[in-house]
Every structure is written in structure tokens, then in C-alpha cells.
Design a protein around this ligand. Structure first.
Ligand code: GLA
Length: 385
């Protein structure tokens, strides 16, 4: 990626970039929609990247260019706001806005050229990758030392306050904390984390991108966040809880009586059972029980489909045909509403699996899915030129 980035940077700005930065994207093995409920998740960074060539400017402008976009965005550091004209630039610009809101003086502008091989709006967190990457660029170029978890929190503040998505911290943490061959057990109650070795024996994780594009800000994502908040308000007088993640599976019967409303109850049941599935998944992996892990993945998909209602017909069909063509377990990963899935598949059967799933999916929807084996990798990278 680097040579095309450097070439474009030089052609556009007539000098050499100073550094190249890279951010991976992520999958989430288990623990979906739990992060904004202060629960557990088990994501990992994977080696699909957004990279950027970066250099300083002599004025106070941020000039953003992307090899994947048709137009550049240029904004003065002193007048950053979220506007329609800034288009895709609203994501990176939020980082500079947050840093200044936090009181940092940013003494010069930057030229940034991005290039991505992360499928956009695919549920693999291309937006969090762009935010983390830009947060990392800003902290490095302005010499504001931030630990990976602080980069993640900066990116998250930008996404919620500047871009208006009421998301949790899972994506940002997965990308900033990524480690080769490790999953990250994240407790969103206090943002503590632990690296886990997950051994799938002779199985591998395949990623299936549905190639159905969606925009989370205008999807029911924020509606789910509101439904969960409503449930907490209904349950608080009866349980000593701050969030739905303080509830246990054995509390569910009582929750059902208190809540009354079937939809809100099913949202609660998903969150509570999903947190338990994260614990069970980690426990099963310690015991090397791949069948149990696969079963938990399937249960998670069913819960996201029937109780949380975020899968949709594309991901449900992928679930169905993946199991038919040899996946031991399969579930949607990320927010849902289109996006991606992960499947546990025997390494030796991957090519046949890929061919059959692609064929059936294309036959039904006229869309070619993207299917590849997940390569779990390190997080943020910087190289001096
Ligand atoms: C999106 C959000 C995350 C998380 C997932 C669902 O990826 O950005 O914070 O809520 O959906 O688990």
C-alpha cells in the first residue's frame, strides 16, 4: 500500500510525507451489542488495513485525501464542525475537534492521504479504523503521548460526540489493542482487558462480508441503545443494577414480569445471555472444546436474530448456508443490519466452503460476498520515512 500512498502524496503536495501509519480492522468473536451495556466482548484485530501518508503543513489547514474517495476535504483547524460539505472527512476531522475541545493546542496543519483495503460499511469497523488511525496520527504528529487505550477513548469520544453514533468502545479497543494471534477479552464496565489465546484446533475463522452496505447512524442501532436504556430504568427499582450487564441469567424470569413489554424483554434477554455466552466461550476455549465454542456462536446468532433483531435476511441466509456447507459454528459479527459474519470452518475445507457459499448467496441476492480467512494481527503501526 505504501508506494501508491507516497506517490499520491508527492503528486498532490509536491513534497515527501514524513510518516506512514496503519490501522487494522476487527472481528468480534462473541459479545455483540454488549459494549454499550457495559458488558463483555471478545474482539480481535484482523489484517485488513487503512493506511495513511502524513506530513506537516505551514498553515493551519487539515487537508484530507483518500484513494478510495472522489473528493478531498480541506478545513482550517480553527473552524472544524460536522457539516454535510465535509462528507467522509467528518470522521477524521472529529479527532482534531476533540483534541482542541480537550484543550490541546494544535500548532500546525497536516496533509493526510488515506488508502483502505477494508470493505466499507461491512461490519468490520472501517469507521473505527479510520478514527483510531487519525487519533494515532494526531497524537504522534502533535507529540501528545497517548497509550493505545487512550487512543481508543479519543476515537470513541469523536465518534459519539462529533459523529453522533451512540456506540460502545469495543471497536476502538479491538483496533488500538490488537495483538498477533490474540483475542481481547474486554470488560466494558471499566474498560479492563485481558489477552486470550483461542485455539480452534484444526478449524479456522472465516470472515464473510455480505456486501450489503449500511449506515449505522441512520440504522436502528441508536434505537437499540435507547431500548436498553429504557429497560434499565424499568428494572432499576427492582434490582441493584447500573446496567443490563449487572443482571444474571437467573434474573430473567423476574425481569419478564417487571418489564411486561415483549420487545424490551427480548432485548434484555439477548444482553444477559450474550454476556454469559462470552464467559462460556472463554471457558470452553480453555478446555479446548471446539464443538461447544461453535454451539455458542450459533446460539449468539439466534439470539441476535430472534431477540435483538439485528441480523436481517442477508446475514440469516449466510448463517443458514454456512452451516449447510460445513461450518461448525457461525454468527454475524459487529452491529448487524447487513455487514459481516464469522464461521468456524475446517482449514482443509475452506476453499470448497467459500465456493459453495458464494455461489448460493450470489444466486439468491445477485451479490458476490467477500470471503477470507481471518488473520489476527497487531494494532496500530507507524513507520518513519
Ligand atoms: C458496532 C459498534 C460497537 C458495538 C457493535 C455491536 O460495531 O460500533 O460499539 O456495539 O456494533 O457489538
Amino acid at each position: 500500500m505504501a508506494s501508491r500512498l507516497i506517490y499520491t502524496y508527492q503528486n498532490t503536495f509536491h513534497n515527501r510525507p514524513e510518516k506512514i501509519f496503519m490501522a487494522p480492522c476487527r472481528i468480534n468473536l462473541i459479545g455483540e451489542h454488549t459494549d454499550y451495556n457495559y458488558g463483555l466482548a471478545l474482539p480481535a484485530a484482523i489484517s485488513k488495513y487503512i493506511a495513511a501518508a502524513v506530513g506537516k503543513r505551514n498553515d493551519r489547514k487539515i487537508h484530507l485525501k483518500s484513494l478510495n474517495k472522489r473528493y478531498d476535504v480541506e478545513v482550517d483547524l480553527d473552524s472544524i464542525s460536522n457539516s454535510i460539505e465535509n462528507g467522509w472527512g467528518n470522521y477524521p476531522l472529529g479527532i482534531f475537534w476533540v483534541l482542541q475541545k480537550r484543550g490541546h493546542k494544535l500548532p500546525f496543519g497536516l496533509n493526510i492521504v488515506y488508502q483502505s483495503n477494508v470493505p466499507i460499511a461491512s461490519g468490520l469497523s472501517s469507521s473505527a479504523a479510520l478514527l483510531n488511525l487519525t487519533a494515532f496520527i494526531a497524537s504522534t504528529m502533535y507529540d501528545i503521548p497517548l497509550k493505545p487505550e487512550e487512543i481508543a477513548l479519543l476515537a470513541h469520544q469523536s465518534e459519539t460526540e462529533f459523529n453522533g453514533l451512540q456506540c460502545g468502545v469495543m471497536d476502538e479497543f479491538a483496533i488500538a489493542l490488537g495483538k498477533k494471534d490474540k483475542c481481547i477479552l474486554l470488560d466494558c464496565k471499566d474498560n479492563s482487558f485481558e489477552y486470550k489465546d483461542i485455539d480452534f484446533k484444526d478449524y479456522s475463522l472465516a470472515v464473510i462480508v455480505s456486501n450489503v452496505r449500511r449506515n449505522l447512524v441512520v440504522s436502528p442501532y441508536n434505537t437499540r441503545v435507547e431500548e436498553c436504556k429504557k429497560a434499565v430504568e424499568l428494572l432499576k427499582p427492582h434490582f441493584n443494577i447500573q446496567s443490563l450487564s449487572d443482571l444474571k441469567v437467573s434474573d430473567l424470569e423476574k425481569c419478564k414480569e417487571i418489564i411486561g413489554d415483549d420487545v424490551i424483554y427480548r432485548r434484555v434477554r439477548h444482553i444477559v445471555s450474550e454476556n454469559q455466552r462470552v464467559r462460556d466461550f472463554v471457558e470452553s476455549s480453555k478446555n479446548g472444546d471446539v464443538n461447544k465454542m461453535a454451539d455458542i456462536l450459533n446460539k449468539s446468532h439466534e439470539s441476535l436474530r430472534d431477540d435483538y433483531e439485528v441480523t436481517g435476511e442477508y446475514l440469516d441466509y449466510i448463517h443458514e448456508i454456512s452451516l449447510k456447507y460445513g461450518a461448525l459454528g457461525e454468527r454475524m459479527t459487529g452491529a448487524g443490519f447487513g455487514g459481516s459474519s464469522i464461521a468456524l470452518i475446517k482449514k482443509s475445507e475452506f476453499e470448497t466452503f467459500k465456493e459453495k457459499v458464494s455461489r448460493d448467496y450470489d444466486h439468491k441476492f445477485g451479490i458476490d460476498p467477500l470471503i477470507f480467512l481471518a488473520d489476527i494481527c497487531d494494532g496500530l503501526i507507524v513507520k518513519n520515512l
